[in-house]
Design a protein around this ligand. Structure first.
Ligand code: SAM
Length: 474
């Protein structure tokens, strides 16, 4: 399931809609940035992600902003790598890539995808056959018992794996028959002797696990019942997982053939840490080009939306561990700052300051649900824009370019032209704002914008997405 971030409603309160970007330039040969297109692209299609951009868009950016796209001694930096679109596309062009990703599940996706061309397709084919055979054997009884209305938990053999003890959900995440099958599949994956193969198959599991759960992305993760969909009492877990693995195997063959053109192959580093401290990890003046899409100012909760993956793949064992990732997330989240004392911008941008001030004054009667919390969230967001601006100034080579895909937002009925402010913040950090390309405009329905701040007056509004181009002076 992949979604574009600008259609996402915040968890609690209103925002969204727009009046259009600040004097954007024409698309300039950049393809549609929508992640949807990755669904058809080899390797890129392995893991659906909530937001991102297309491989074609990234390739266009290489073409347009690398001084000599044919050269190979190039380093591409992706500070918010998600499931690795920029990284994989960079490698397919023969470039060295460095990515940062704070969500361990997304970091796994980036890492596995970047390294997968080193795997032998024959090995994967063998493991796939063994997996399917064993999993069918171990789960054979479950369907029969389920069909007879019996207790699937009593089926033999018992799985060794257990559901993550601290993982809670409003309705059971997996129905009993599905959960039992999932546990057997995980047992078999964990039995694999090769760590690389194990990670690949765990990623395959992560990519499909929601599809046989009682939850779905709407676009935030919620119960199927709440979305008007039936629960999933039983499913062909083995078949779904094997089909995903087969698709990966097909792609692996062509991925290896493409990477064989490069000898030695390009290097890939995926750093599972925050990119807000680039200088802790990178040498100065080391990146030729940055292509990225940070979280938007729409409070889309990457961590909550991947809670099942984080628990079931053993990245976290307790909810407290999620808190640490939430507060290190770019812009934090409204939930983490809404009741904090009023925070302030760490740089001077009077227009932005005024807008945030106006947001902060909205609906004081709503307490933490009023403007104050959203103003804090906006302050954190733009302060992190400044932090990343400082990092770019440090990490880019002189003359190097950073292309940031961003969406606008309206918070408490007040528009924030995030892209224009981001450009201005970049300039405050010593970068040159070269361009803002309009990539997509999208109409949104009344359900999104007819919010209480508008007192019931429906507004047709347009959201947009732009690519902000910043260059480090020579
Ligand atoms: C819009 S998505 C990027 C998607 C990516 N371009 C792709 O195609 O998959 C933003 C990503 O930034 C990550 N992120 C948020 N805060 C971060 C931080 N401080 N450091 C590194 N990554 C962060 C989120 O986990 C999320 O995966």
């Amino acid at each position: 399931m992949s979604m574009t971030p600008q259609l996402v409603l915040p968890d609690m309160e209103e925002e969204e809609a727009s009046s259009g970007p600040a004097e954007p330039s024409p698309p300039a040969g950049l393809r549609d940035s929508s992640f949807e297109r990755n669904k058809q692209s080899s390797v890129h299609r392995w893991v659906p992600w909530i937001a991102g951009f297309s491989a074609g868009f990234v390739a266009d950016v290489f073409q347009q902003y690398l001084p000599d796209p044919g050269r190979r001694d190039v380093t591409i930096l992706e500070p918010f790598s998600g499931v690795g679109t920029t990284l994989v596309e960079g490698m397919l062009h023969g470039y060295n890539v460095v990515g940062f990703e704070i969500n361990p599940y997304a970091a796994l996706a980036s890492r596995v995808k970047c390294a997968a061309f080193r795997l032998e397709p024959e090995d994967l084919r063998h493991h796939l056959i063994v997996f399917e055979h064993r999993a069918r054997q171990r789960t054979a009884e479950i369907d029969a018992v389920f069909a007879a209305g019996g207790d699937v938990v009593a089926c033999a053999p018992p799985p060794r794996a257990a559901p993550p003890p601290a993982f809670r959900s409003r309705v059971p995440f997996f129905s009993p028959a599905v959960e039992r099958k999932v546990l057997h599949c995980l047992d078999i994956i964990h039995e694999l002797p090769s760590a690389e193969m194990r990670e690949l198959l765990l990623l395959a599991f992560g990519a499909v696990m929601v599809s046989f759960s009682n939850y779905s992305y709407e676009p935030s993760l919620g119960s199927r019942v709440a979305a008007g969909k039936p629960e999933v009492p039983n499913a062909d877990v083995v078949g779904v997982l094997a089909a995903k693995m087969r698709a990966m195997l097909d792609d692996l063959v062509s991925y290896r053939a493409q990477m064989a053109r490069f000898c030695p192959p390009p290097t890939a580093r995926v750093i599972p840490a925050s990119s807000l401290a680039l200088s802790d990890h990178l040498a100065p003046d080391s990146a030729d080009l940055v292509v990225t899409s940070p979280p938007y100012l729409n409070n889309y909760h990457y961590i909550r939306n991947t809670r099942p993956h984080l628990f079931w793949l053993n990245f976290v064992a307790a909810s407290g561990e999620l808190k640490k990732i939430e507060t290190a997330n770019f812009g934090k989240y409204w939930q983490t700052v809404r009741d904090a004392p009023r925070s302030h911008l760490r740089f001077a941008l009077p227009e932005l300051e005024e807008r945030i001030q106006a947001i902060g004054e909205m609906h004081p009667e709503k307490g933490i649900y009023g403007g104050g919390g959203w103003a804090n969230y906006a302050v954190e967001y733009f302060n992190d824009c400044h932090r990343i601006g400082v990092g770019l100034q440090y990490a880019l080579k002189p003359g190097g370019v950073a292309v940031f895909v961003l969406g606008n937002s309206i918070t408490q009925g007040i528009e924030l032209v995030t892209d224009r402010y981001f450009g201005q913040i970049g300039e405050l950090c010593g970068l040159h704002l070269e361009d803002i390309h309009l990539l997509r405009e999208k109409r949104v329905g009344n359900s999104v914008v007819n919010s209480s701040v508008r007192n019931g007056q429906p507004t047709k509004a347009t959201l947009y997405e732009t690519a902000v181009v910043l260059r480090k002076p020579k």
